[in-house]
Design a protein around this ligand. Structure first.
Ligand code: KG4
Ligand code: ZN
Length: 331
């Protein structure tokens, strides 16, 4: 029975995982409404909200799982990367529980947790495989040869894919976080109505660059010739400029590494166009695409508990001096 805790950004989350692994409970207290007022996450505001929520969220996760704290056998917590003040709240709670219950503490990398969300629906995934992680803070392609083994094949050189969605959404007058709103609007829009540049950074590599997109969107918004274009068409065109390089590079990386399976993970993995295009490109090349259910794409603690479950199986545990890190790469 592993308790997972996630407080790296703007969700206070706790979950209980039974062997299998099977999720017994997954509680998420979102701060999105709080941060929509400022158009983005203010770190100190996030940390204070985590303090207010953490004990209640943990209690509810344990209660919903039908156990007591004494029924827990390990604590997994996202300790890197993220907002330091926010991470410290989850890590402090995890240490207190680990110490008082005398059970193992497992520090989990937030991106590793996103990837491990896939093992909940598919516990028998075979290695090697290629994983695309696209979230609000990260966009990376990894080769996994075994549990806990990550080789980075490519990553963004500037903005993350989710950041590109959110910043473009802001320029289109949409509230924070705009990724899911763009996804919804784009369903009724024409992805070829406007053409935004795609930074390909050379055909051989697997790195991304999304920072030019927001400038392109801002300039296009200022162009009077575009004033009649519908919000749906803007959304679909922006979305296409983000999705296309993600799909292209991920499939190319999978083919280069000769794997049979591609994993999708991170908040942007909830994007319907990305799921659709990656599924069809993978099947065209004989690759299987695995993606978490929508609720497991964005930040949650079930994914942290799952990553902890596999770390524990490898014998990886931490001591009470476990640290927090704001920007550590997984590989
Ligand atoms: O993984 P996540 O919950 O938090 C981080 O670790 O960053 O990802 C949040 C990001 C935000 O940028 C949000 O706009 C984006 O994921 N996102 C989406 C969708 N749902 C969430 N982007 C595009 N389409 C979606 N449906
Ligand atoms: Zn995340």
């Amino acid at each position: 029975m592993i308790l997972g805790i996630e407080t790296s950004c703007d969700e206070t989350a706790a979950a209980v995982l039974a062997p299998g692994p099977a999720v017994l409970s997954s509680i998420i207290a979102s701060q999105i409404d709080l941060h929509a007022r400022t158009g983005g996450v203010v770190p100190e505001v996030a940390a204070r909200q985590h303090i207010a929520q953490i004990n209640a969220v943990i209690s509810e996760a344990v209660h919903t799982a039908g156990i007591t704290l004494q029924g827990l056998t390990a604590i997994a917590v996202a300790n890197r990367p993220g907002l330091l003040g926010a991470l410290l709240i989850g890590v402090s709670a995890a240490k207190a529980l680990s110490y008082s219950l005398d059970i193992p503490l497992i520090g989990v990398h937030h991106i590793e947790a996103h990837i491990y969300a896939n093992w909940l629906a598919s516990p028998d995934l075979a290695f090697p495989l290629v994983a695309l992680v696209a979230s609000g803070g990260h966009t990376e392609i990894f080769l996994m040869r075994a549990h806990g083994s990550f080789d980075v094949l490519g990553r963004t050189r500037d903005d993350a894919a989710g950041e590109a969605f959110d910043k473009s959404a802001r320029l289109l007058g949409l509230p924070y976080p705009g990724g899911a709103l763009i996804d919804n609007l784009a369903r009724e829009g024409d992805p070829n109505r406007l053409h935004f540049p795609r930074a390909r950074l050379g055909a051989e590599g697997f790195d991304f660059s999304f920072s030019g997109l927001k400038t392109a969107v801002r300039l296009a918004k200022q162009d009077q010739n575009n004033s009649e274009i519908s919000l749906e068409d803007w959304a679909a065109s922006v979305q296409e400029a983000i999705v296309e390089p993600l799909v292209e590079k991920t499939v190319a990386a999978a083919l280069r590494c000769a794997v049979k399976t591609v994993l999708l993970a991170g908040g942007v993995a909830a994007n319907s166009r990305l799921r659709y295009c990656l599924t069809s490109e993978c099947s065209r090349h004989g690759l299987a695409l695995i993606a978490p259910s929508l609720s497991l794409c964005t930040d949650n603690a079930a994914m942290v508990a799952t990553a902890g479950y596999y770390r524990l199986a490898l014998g990886h545990t931490d001591t009470l001096d476990l640290d927090t890190h704001s920007s550590e790469h997984l590989a």
